[in-house]
Design a binder for this molecule. Structure first.
Ligand SMILES: CC(C)(COP(=O)(O)OP(=O)(O)OC[C@H]1O[C@@H](n2cnc3c(N)ncnc32)[C@H](O)[C@@H]1OP(=O)(O)O)[C@@H](O)C(=O)NCCC(=O)NCCS
Length: 476
């Protein structure tokens, strides 16, 4: 991967495209032009901050862009016409769990200056970035639904839709849903394991993605969820396993476990529990791209730490974006297996209780596809599967799929379709399936609507649930 760049003069540009535009990896000297480009396209001057309508405020900060370029933390590619920067795009080259062989890259920020659009520049930029990310087994691309350019460029570069994220980001036009796409190397699919079961809902989404990507979705199995209340812990799991092979007494835990919220982690989990990292709890622990802004309180990380007496037992890290009104569970580490439901239910109840004052709208969490008890637990807590990630993580015996679950706190999920301009058949199938999976949630199905595509327009007819035979999103 060629992400370390010295000076502009040393960087090879690809031969110019037909419009005299050349593409090359960015150098720190490009930082101001890159930041200005994001500001000119996404900056809304009359909002409180210029970056309020873009999830990654750091892309508008020339200092951050220069540092990320210099360190290789973010892999940037740019398009230039002469000396003028006309397009930019980038990726976190490896969001895999520390020390893992996950090898997952996450792309973000595809942008072309207005006068240069519709000339194939974005498509070429993405092709160049994918070549820079040749080490990655899986590349993720979250794309807009109010601008069809993003997902079209991804589709043209071999990406396949794998999920739909209602109300994901605050964008200039609206609180916009995103379409998640993934490009999985054939070798990663070959190494993919299928010897586990998922929940029935997860299987439904997996089947849609599997059809597009040509793999076999894991079978479904009905299993009970993990306990979500301390008083039910003892009956469900009397002896909880510790990684050293000993057992924790559920009755003692019931009486003594307390979960504290901290804004800074006081314990070095990696040192205290070296065998707990990664995705062992069933919650995926990738280091996904997060917004950052040194000048505001828009983003924060919070830690929910469980103690028995003074002994830390587990932690959930949650990243909050107050403008996107979204919380993402980043990981869960626990020294005792079986407490995941207690921890996650506590986090969700806390976030939901505070939602009227924080304005939180959605909560998302990625979990392993082979953790069917966790699927049942999250579904019992009102979450639904929204993304199915094939072959996302590496395990000792091959790669395993993962699932994003979403909880919508204060909106009708079908309203997420309102800004969708245009979508191809594979995208529609995924969107339709995800929306149908929200419908079993009684709280959300109070308001259900039928949405139908007519040409490129989405129209809404009152009265039917999405994905019932009458309510299915129909192909244009
Ligand atoms: C989206 C964007 C990056 C596309 O850049 P571009 O250089 O014009 O894209 P390309 O010329 O490579 O077009 C690739 C394909 O997308 C289509 N496309 C591009 N913009 C489109 C749009 N706004 N609506 C519908 N289709 C579009 C092109 O027609 C072309 O289709 P084809 O493969 O059928 O020929 C650019 O419009 C932009 O910067 N928009 C604002 C930022 C944004 O929304 N980025 C997307 C983030 S996911």
């Amino acid at each position: 991967m060629s992400t370390t760049h010295a000076t502009a003069s040393l960087v090879d540009s690809k031969p110019a495209l037909s419009h005299g535009v050349a593409i090359r990896p960015a150098v720190p000297e490009d930082a101001s032009d890159i930041a200005n480009l994001y500001q000119s396209v996404y900056g809304v001057l009359d909002s409180e901050r210029i970056s309020d309508h873009y999830p990654f405020a750091q892309f508008m900060d020339a200092g951050w862009v220069a540092r990320s370029c210099r360190s290789g933390e973010f892999c940037w590619v740019v398009a230039l016409h002469g000396r003028k920067l006309v397009a930019s795009f980038g990726a976190l080259p490896n969001v895999g769990a520390p020390g893992s062989r996950d090898l997952v890259a996450e792309q973000a920020g595809l942008i072309v200056a207005d006068p240069w659009r519709q000339r194939g520049i974005a498509r070429e930029l993405m092709a160049t970035l994918c070549a820079e990310l040749a080490h990655a087994r899986v590349i993720l691309a979250e794309t807009r639904t109010a601008n069809a350019g993003g997902w079209k460029v991804a589709r043209a570069n071999g990406f396949v839709p794998i999920g739909f994220e209602p109300f994901a980001h605050s964008m200039p036009e609206r609180h916009e849903a995103m379409l998640m796409l993934s490009r999985v190397r054939a070798s990663a699919l070959d190494e993919r394991r299928n010897d586990y079961c998922t929940s029935a809902k997860v299987r439904e989404l997996a089947e849609v993605v599997a059809r597009s990507m040509r793999f076999e979705a894991p079978p479904a199995r009905d299993v009970p969820g993990l306990p979500t209340q301390l008083h039910s812990l003892e009956a469900a799991i009397p002896h909880l396993a510790r990684p050293d092979g000993t057992c924790a007494d559920a009755r003692r835990l019931r009486d003594t476990l307390r979960i504290e919220r901290q804004c800074r982690l006081h314990h070095d989990w990696a040192r205290m529990f070296p065998r707990l990292g990664g995705h062992r709890s069933g919650v995926i622990g990738l280091r996904r791209l997060r917004g950052w802004d040194r000048t505001s309180t828009r983003y924060s990380d919070e830690y929910f730490v469980g103690y028995q007496g003074s002994e830390p037992l587990g932690v959930v890290e949650v990243s909050l974006d107050r403008i996107d009104r979204r919380a993402r569970v980043l990981y869960h580490h626990s020294a005792v297996d079986g407490l995941q439901g207690i921890f996650l239910a506590h986090v969700l109840r806390t976030l939901e209780r505070e939602a009227p004052s924080t304005g939180l709208r959605t909560v998302v969490i990625d979990v392993r596809a082979d953790s069917s008890r966790l699927h049942a637990t999250l579904e019992s807590l009102g979450l639904f599967p929204s993304i199915y990630y094939p072959a996302l993580i590496a395990s000792e015996r091959g790669r395993i799929d993962a699932v994003q679950f979403t909880r919508i706190l204060d909106a009708d999920p079908s309203d997420a379709l309102d800004g969708v301009r245009e979508m191809d058949t594979l995208g529609r199938r995924v969107m339709s399936k995800v929306l149908s999976l929200t419908q079993n949630d009684e709280r959300l199905s109070r308001v259900s609507r039928e949405k139908v595509y007519r040409g490129n327009e989405m129209s809404i007819l009152p009265g039917h649930c999405a994905d019932t035979p009458r309510g299915r999103l129909t192909d244009a």
